[in-house]
Design a protein around this ligand. Structure first.
Ligand SMILES: O=P(O)(O)OC[C@@]1(O)O[C@H](CO)[C@@H](O)[C@@H]1O
Length: 296
């Protein structure tokens, strides 16, 4: 079983507007709301692939109730740890004129020390094949390192100070995008920057390069996997789909080139899905054979 952990869960609200203009009123053409946060998106993707997955997330207040109801409707098995604060919302604005995707991520509610302990205990009750810990931390949370279980392969997908602190948990994989990698290392070259994170405690660093695919820097060498073509769509959750592919590769003990191939194919399928966590499965199957993987 793959366990996905979302400390700062969210109700993802997606607005579709015509043009997005500052200093103006926007008429929203379509509103969609559903359970989100990066780990929840990873769980959705794995579930769509028919994999055995379980989610752990926080939930509080009326937004937490909506989050809980939607997750149950989606059929994702989950342990939701109650918190006193209100689960946050994230807002994604899709503009059909500029074809842009704009995100507003709230910080999330303050969690108490007791709530965080209960969250960590809930995660530790599981013995997964792979543990995926994704997204930001809510204010007051002690850090990801305490969630990364010894003896279980782990993926940490977060950014900034939380990523640096999480290295203390010696994750099997971290997956920053290029901007996040540069931000935490101050280095422009992705291989040098990834090597620095490996020295800091990550076994493997997988960098998401947007339309250029994924770059993995591992103890056995480096590989880059590129999609067969550039896609347009909703890129929110594309990184989470890539993480789902990495988790699957780790669970199956596949070699890195295979794992990267799947992760890139899933990431493209997510860009074509309407909302974060959705997949175009036909694209995924086609793209699996078309992704180009080369030693870097
Ligand atoms: O604020 P975080 O935890 O970094 O990111 C949260 C988030 O923007 O990431 C997902 C897309 O990856 C969205 O579904 C989600 O709400």
């Amino acid at each position: 079983m793959i366990l996905t952990v979302t400390p700062n869960s969210a109700l993802d609200v997606t607005y579709t507007v015509d043009a997005l203009r500052p200093d103006s009123v926007h008429r929203v053409r379509q509103v969609r709301a559903r359970a989100g946060g990066k780990g929840v998106n990873v769980a959705r993707v794995l579930r769509a692939l028919g994999e055995d997955v379980h989610a752990v997330a926080t939930a509080g207040g009326a937004t937490g109730d909506a989050f809980r109801a939607e997750l149950a409707e989606a059929g994702i098995p989950a342990d939701l740890v109650p918190i006193g604060g209100e689960t946050r919302r994230t807002t994604t604005v899709l503009s059909t004129v500029e074809e842009t995707v704009t995100l507003f991520n709230e910080p999330g509610p303050e969690v108490t020390a007791a709530e965080w302990t209960s969250f960590v205990d809930t995660v530790r009750r599981h013995v997964p094949d792979v543990l995926v810990c994704s997204g930001s931390l809510p204010p007051g949370a002690a850090g990801h390192a305490g969630l990364l279980g010894a003896g279980v392969p782990t993926i940490l997908d977060t950014s900034g100070a939380a990523l640096l602190a999480g290295l203390a948990g010696r994750p099997s994989v971290v997956k920053p995008n290029l901007a996040e990698l540069r931000e935490v290392t101050g280095r422009a070259d992705p291989v040098e920057a990834a090597t620095e994170l490996r020295r800091g405690g990550a076994e493997t660093v997988v960098v998401s390069l947007g339309p250029d695919g994924l770059l993995a820097v591992t103890e056995d060498g480096a590989w880059q996997a590129r999609p067969s073509k550039t896609l347009t769509g909703n890129a929110t959750g594309a990184g989470d789909a890539a993480v789902a592919g990495l988790a699957l590769g780790l669970a199956r003990g596949e070699p890195w080139p295979e794992t990267l191939r799947r992760a890139v194919a899933l990431s493209g399928a997510a860009v074509l899905g309407p909302l974060a966590g959705d997949l175009d499965l036909a694209h995924y199957r086609r793209e699996l054979g078309a992704v180009v993987v080369r030693a870097h």
